[in-house]
Each structure stands twice: as C-alpha cells, then as structure tokens.
Design a protein around this ligand. Structure first.
Ligand SMILES: NC(=O)c1ccc[n+]([C@@H]2O[C@H](COP(=O)([O-])OP(=O)(O)OC[C@H]3O[C@@H](n4cnc5c(N)ncnc54)[C@H](OP(=O)(O)O)[C@@H]3O)[C@@H](O)[C@H]2O)c1
Length: 319
C-alpha cells in the first residue's frame, strides 16, 4: 500500500479552522529567506509537508533521513539538502553533528517509528522506539546546540503525539527489561519522553535565545502506521479501495497535521512561545493521563523532575 498517499475523501464533519489550517497557511506572507531549518524524517509524511511549507516561504531546508534515496522527488525541489542520519545509531548522530558547520534557525525533531511489534534494542541498549523518537533527537539537539545558539533566536519543535496521554515514562525500566514489552506502551512512553525533552530544553536553553515546544499533530495517514495490522486500521475507518486510501473525517491531511510544527518553528506569532505542548493551533490543557482521552497534555509529560531524570539518562547514554 502506498501509505504516504492520502486523500481524506470522507465526509469532513470537523471543519474547525484550527484543525484544517495547513502548514502553508501558518506561513502565509512570511519571508524565511536566509533562514535554515533541519527537519528529521523530512522525506515523508508530516516531515515532507513541513519541508514543502518552509521551502515555499523561502527557507533553506536540510532533510535528515535514514535513506536519502527514498526521499520524495518533491522534497528535492527548491533549496533542499538531503543528508543521511540514523537516529537510532548514536555514531550516525555524531557524524552528522561533526559535519554541521553553520547556524541553525530551527530544528523540527519529527522522525519517528510507531508500535514496533517486537522489543528491539539499539546499539546503546535502548528500546528502539525510545532510542529513535527520543534519544537520537536528544543527542542531535545537544550536538547542534552551539549552532542553534549562533542563530540568536533558534526554535526547536519536538513532534510528540496524543499517545503521550496513554503512558508515563518509566525511568526505572525504560527499556522493558523487567516488564512485558507492549508496542503501544513503548510508543506512548517515547512520545511522553518527547514532551519532557522539550520541557527540559525550554528551561535549560532559554538564556541562549532558544525556544522549545512539543506538538501533537492529530491523526494523519502516513507510513508511520506500517506496523499496524490492516484489521485494526479498518476498524478505525482506514482502508484502501480502488487505488485510493480512505480515512475517517477526523483524520487530517499531512499539510494540516504539519501546521503546528511549522508554526512553532518559524511563524512570527509563536516566536516567544516556549515549553508548551500544542495541538490544533493552541497550547493544550493539562490533564491526568489515561485511556479514552482525546486531547490535552498529561501532567506526567510535563513533570519537571521526570524531565530532569530523562535528561540525566540521555546524558549518560551519549557520553
Ligand atoms: N501520522 C500520525 O497520525 C501521527 C500522529 C501523532 C504523531 N505523529 C508523529 O509524527 C512524526 C512523523 O510521522 P509521520 O506520520 O509523518 O510518519 P512517516 O511518514 O513514517 O515519517 C517518519 C519519518 O521518520 C523517519 N525515520 C524513522 N526512523 C528513523 C531513524 N532511525 N533515523 C532517521 N529517520 C527515521 C522515516 O524515514 P525512513 O523510515 O525512511 O528512515 C520517516 O521519514 C512521528 O514522530 C510520529 O510519531 C504522527
């Protein structure tokens, strides 16, 4: 199935402007000429939609991706540079960082994997979803810190998910060594870690002129769901018929799903926003995490002590 393709042809019951705003909309009239952005996983899905919007506003964009040959031709048009990076491999992150030699105005920590069926560990011994979605981005941002500082007013956006509502970060057993591995709990934990990372960066790097925020893009049909079985997808109303991918009305397009990450990395209106978790164009309310929730940021995802614990864990891993 060409899961990158989406058409959202279903009835759109939810037409609220915040949900239907696109990444291009949030940059309407904004000139990003001379600005440089790094988008991890920028070759597909929400990353690609972000790249298109940023390039459309005149920015220079660097896509970091595991396999540059997979990057959509669309993403190669305009001022786009494609570089190899495997976030699950700290040596790859180190090489990427060593090759970086210029100020960086914004980083969208967008790349991610979801619901890996089996427990897998990275070379550093980290559970693979936590290693990819969180640790690789942590190492990348720390490695590029001096270049973010050099920009003067750099912004970091970490792409989290509503899944952070489902599970806290378990600092005692982050890699499922002593508890049964569950693909969704591991994904949820990694997305909680993403919010905690933004919280930690916002606090530590405010004096460097750097903002850091997290976003939940909503539901968007992308390659991310490749490990989700077709029966589960169909139960959500996602299926392919006559060469078209059908999605339910609450799904967004990639351009809509990328609106907040693009806004927070480059729109003038959000220049001073930091330490927040955005969904549908605004900061989310803080809620107690659990199942059955549709929106909000869980209190465990913004807990300062857990953010500090995660920071220490990450530092120990990347030394
Ligand atoms: N789609 C949704 O409904 C949804 C909802 C909530 C949150 N999100 C978040 O949105 C972000 C983007 O996902 P998407 O939906 O746009 O899915 P996607 O099209 O699969 O994009 C994910 C990107 O991450 C890259 N990636 C995966 N592992 C990597 C690694 N080890 N090193 C470097 N790059 C890696 C992938 O490239 P390769 O595989 O080619 O390397 C791909 O380009 C993810 O963080 C996801 O958790 C998505």
């Amino acid at each position: 199935m060409d899961t990158d393709h989406h058409d959202n042809t279903g009835d759109h019951h939810d037409t609220s402007p915040e949900r239907r705003t696109t990444a291009a909309d949030v940059l309407a009239g904004v000139d990003l000429t001379g600005r440089r952005y790094l988008v991890t996983g920028g070759g597909s899905g929400l990353g690609l939609a972000s790249v298109e919007a940023l390039v459309g506003a005149g920015a220079a964009v660097i896509i970091a991706t595991r396999d540059p040959s997979n990057v959509d031709a669309l993403a190669r048009s305009g001022d786009v540079d494609v570089r190899q990076l495997d976030l699950a491999d700290l040596d790859s992150v180190r090489s990427f960082v060593r090759a970086w030699d210029r100020p960086l105005d914004g980083l969208i920590a967008n790349a991610g994997v979801m619901a890996l069926p089996e427990r897998r560990l990275s070379a550093s011994g980290w559970e693979m979803q936590l290693a990819t979605n969180h640790l690789g981005h942590f190492a990348l941002a720390l490695g590029l810190h001096e270049h973010l500082v050099a920009a003067g007013d750099a912004r970091i956006v970490v792409v989290s998910s509503g899944a952070q509502l489902l599970a806290p970060l378990d600092l005692d057993d982050p890699h499922f060594a002593r508890r049964p591995y569950d693909p969704w709990v591991a994904y949820a934990q990694s997305k909680t870690a993403d919010v905690l990372m933004a919280v930690g960066m916002a606090r530590r790097w405010a004096g460097d002129g750097i903002t850091a925020n997290a976003v939940a893009p909503g539901w968007i049909r992308t390659r991310l769901q490749r490990h989700v079985d077709p029966v589960s997808l169909r139960s959500m109303g996602v299926y392919e018929e006559d060469g078209k991918v059908h999605t339910p009305a609450f799904f967004k397009t990639t351009a809509q799903g990328a609106a907040d990450q693009v806004s927070l990395v480059a729109a003038p209106a959000t220049a001073h926003v930091t330490g927040r978790y955005f969904e549908d164009g605004r900061p989310a309310a803080v809620v107690e995490g659990g199942t059955g929730l549709q929106s909000g940021v869980a209190s465990w995802s913004i807990d300062p002590d857990t953010a500090d614990g995660l920071w220490e864990l990450g530092l120990a891993a990347i030394e």
